[in-house]
Structures are given as C-alpha cells and as structure tokens.
Ligand binder design. Structure first.
Ligand code: DAH
Length: 369
C-alpha cells in the first residue's frame, strides 16, 4: 500500500518553477514588444497567451500537483498570465493607435491641392442695381412690367403724346428698324412699357419696368447708345403729386441713404402734365459750391443739384389713348437712367467703363447677389 507522497517537490515539475514562469513572461513581453503591427501581435498572442502557449501548458500541469503545491503554483501561473494579458493589452492599445494614425494619414484628402480654377466673373453692376431698384418697388407692392426692345413707334411716341414732328423722333435720336416707315423703332425710353401696362392690366396699376433703351448717341464719358432706364407707373383713384414725391423720396433714400435731399424742378415731357425733373442734392458738395469759386464741384458743376430723372402726373391724353376714364383715374410716372444712378452711387466717372466688359470693373463691385 503506498502512502502519501509527502516528499513531493513541486520544483520537480520543471515548467512550473519560478525561473521558468518568469522566463515565459519575459518571452511573451519581448514578443509583444517586437510585434510592429496588429497582425504580428496576433501571432505573438497565439504563441504566448493562446491555448497552446507555454503558460497555458504549464497551467495544465498544476492539476497534477499535490494539493499543498497547487496553491503556490496556481498563484504564480495566474499572476504570470495576468502580467502577459496586461502586456498584450498595452501593446494592442499602442499598435491600434499607430494603425489609426496611419489610416488617417493615408486616407486624408489634401484640400490644399492646387486645381485649375475657372474665373467666375461677376454680375454686371448695372444688372444688380436694376434689380435693387426694382426690389424697392416690389416691396411696396408694385409688379414688374416688360416690353420689347424693338417697339412699335406708336407705343414709343404717338401714344405717349409725342407728336409726329417732335425732334426726338428724328433720325438723330432714334434707331429705326428698316425702313424708316416700318413703324418699328429700338425703344428710346422705357416709357412705352407704360402704354403696354395700361393696355394689358386691370386698374389700379402699380408697375415698375427696368430695361434697355437705345439712342443714336456717340459713346463718350457721359453717353452710350445703349443704356438702361427704370420706369415707374401708378394709375389709381385720387393720386397726387405728393404721392409721386413720396415715392421718389423713398427710392432716393433706398439708393443713396437716409438724409438724401431731392427736389422736383418744373420741366416738360409730352406724356406728363405737370412734368418735373427730379434732382438730387449734390452729395459731394451738398450745395456748398454754388456761387463759391473756391469750392468748385466737379460732380454737380457747382450747381448744387444733379439731375436724376423725369417724372410727372400722367397726361390725361395718354390715359385717354389707352381708354382709361380720366374722370376717375389719375396716374403718376417717372423714369431714370440706371447708368446715371450707378455713377452717382458708386462714383463711376466714365460711362465707357460700364460697356467695355472688362471683368476687373465688374468684379470690383463684389459678388453682389
Ligand atoms: N422717358 C423720359 C426720358 O427718357 C423719362 C421720363 C420722364 C419718364 C417723365 C417718365 C416721366 O415716366 O413721367 O427722358
């Protein structure tokens, strides 16, 4: 009968002695440190922390030990496995970070790369100004009205009470569409749009009409044969000159800012009665140049005022020409040059800059919507 093996020395199981276990931990640490990517670390994990690793095999040996030795060996191997696990996790964190950094770098998009950029140009300041002026009226409830640039002579002149022998009709001012008796002209003003609006729309009428007009002028600093106007027309019951003045003052403030001073100067247009010229107080000298040679002002020619456009109460003959009852309805109308407005507003001194199409002129106004 055999007795208990009291002489058993755990060190007889070589793989469980202290030095061996420490060596296994050291080997594992060295292998993890040597792994320079996650794939290599995986291989090192299998070798040193996997089911068939020396430590796992040593762990199995514990079961064969007598109870007295089990605790000691179990503790040693358990601590060793924990140390290996910690080393593995630490290395994994480092290698994961390195991998992420590599991915970030290799997949980064270099937005600083130069590309062949196409110049975007810019909207012409006349276009944007025309829209701004029209917007002032849109916000007051006006509609936009339109008409053709090749216009019936009747709408451009006759219906506007411009008699056949009026000098403005002569070849000096008007581009006729061949032949001279075709009855078609390139519109010399936006006022024929008033006629079209009154023929086409129900009363009351509140319209504004920006557009291109033509006159046989030579191109110079203050003239161009193709230019732009904005026309306004209101036809309603009980309209007065006061309504006209208030409307023009509102437009002037929107264009030139609060504090702008306007005046109506008696004038003559066949299609309005009474007629007036609307002037702006010169915003450069504010009138100080008048009669004072030492303060001569180039902007207003020392007049103190600059002419902006024409206006008046619609001539009853014009209302009658389009069949509107002049006992019930009255109208006011106005028209001003867009080029002139741009010159005053932005200190453009030469109209030729506006027609030459140099993008540097256009882009200087910014990318206004
Ligand atoms: N059509 C005129 C011009 O070209 C400007 C004008 C004056 C328009 C008086 C109007 C107006 O509507 O009432 O000189």
């Amino acid at each position: 009968m055999s007795g208990p093996n009291t002489n058993f020395d755990p060190k007889q199981v070589a793989s469980l002695d202290v030095d061996a276990v420490e060596a296994m931990v050291a080997d594992a640490r060295a292998a993890f440190a040597a792994a320079d990517d996650l794939d290599a670390l995986k291989a090192a994990r299998l070798a040193h922390a996997g089911d068939r690793s020396p430590l796992a095999l040593a762990n199995r040996e514990i079961g064969a030990l007598p109870p007295a030795a089990k605790a000691d060996a179990g503790k040693r191997v358990g601590q060793a496995r924990a140390a290996v696990k910690t080393a593995l996790e630490e290395r994994e964190v480092v290698l994961t970070q390195e991998r992420d950094a590599r991915v970030l770098e290799s997949e980064a998009v270099d937005i600083t790369l130069p590309v062949g950029r196409a110049a975007v140009g810019g909207r012409h300041p006349l276009t944007t100004l025309m829209e701004r002026m029209a917007d002032v009226f849109i916000s007051m409830g006006y509609d936009i009205a339109e008409g053709p640039e090749a216009e019936a002579e009747w709408a451009n002149f006759d219906a506007l009470n411009v008699p056949p022998d009026h000098p403005a009709r002569t070849m000096q001012d008007t581009f006729y569409v061949e032949s001279a008796d075709s009855g078609v002209v390139l519109r010399t003003q936006t006022s024929p749009i008033q006629i079209r609006a009154m023929l086409e729309r129900p009363l009351p009428i509140y319209v504004v009409a920006p557009g291109r007009v033509y006159r046989t002028d030579e191109l110079d600093a203050t003239h161009t044969p193709v230019f732009h106007q904005i026309e306004g027309l209101a036809v309603d019951e009980g309209l007065t000159m006061g309504d006209l003045k208030g409307t023009l003052d509102h437009l002037a403030r929107q264009m030139f800012g609060e504090g702008i001073v306007t005046r109506l100067r008696p004038s003559y247009f066949p299609f309005t009665e009474p007629s007036a010229e609307v002037d702006l107080e010169c915003f450069v000298c504010r009138g100080a140049s008048v009669g004072d040679a030492s303060r001569a002002c180039r902007t207003c020619g020392s007049e103190g005022w600059i002419e902006w456009g024409g206006c008046g109460m619609v001539n009853p003959r014009v209302l009658a020409a389009v069949g509107i009852d002049t006992d019930v309805y009255r109208g006011f109308a106005f028209g001003m040059g867009i080029e002139r407005t741009l010159m005053f507003r932005n200190s453009v001194t030469d109209m030729r800059d506006m027609v030459e199409g140099d993008v540097r002129f256009t882009t200087a106004f910014g990318v206004d919507a």
